[in-house]
Design a protein around this ligand. Sequence first.
Ligand code: ADP
Length: 159
Amino acid sequence: MKNIVLYPGSFDPLTNGHKDIIERAADVFDEVIVAIGVNSNKAALFSLEQRVEMAESVFAKEDNIQVTAFDALSTDFALECGANIILRGLRTGIDFAAEFQLDWMNQRLAPELETLFMTPSEEVAGISSTLVKEVAKYGGDYEQFVPAVVAQALEDAFA
Ligand code: ADP
């Protein structure tokens, strides 16, 4: 059986933290699907199309990493894609509290799916999309935290 992983999130924008998780997951699983969705609790800086385009260009050369948009429950979308695993990243205790509840709910919605968590590599552990946007907005050095294509988009957004 193939292990197909769905990694859902808002990725507004994709950071080196996300990239670290995605590439390490692609080393151990057969396929990783980066599913970019709308988070109704957060106002997005980039459109869904822009977020998908940026992620697609970052992973263009990786055969087992796909990028797609979605507007559904992660569990429904995972099953639709043929994924058997949902992947999430865990940085802090705050992430843990939120993810624990989400996993609890997802287990009830789709018991056939397994949710797995990865912690970030040490160098990217403190990166969040929200903080990167804040740094970019006020002219700090955000380029070290994001892929080049995202750095360019941030420069354009805050020009
Ligand atoms: P969401 O809005 O669903 O939280 P995000 O795009 O913010 O989506 O994040 C997607 C996933 O990536 C989440 O599981 C989040 O915890 C994880 N993540 C974000 N930044 C990092 C990072 N620096 N290291 C590890 N995981 C991360």
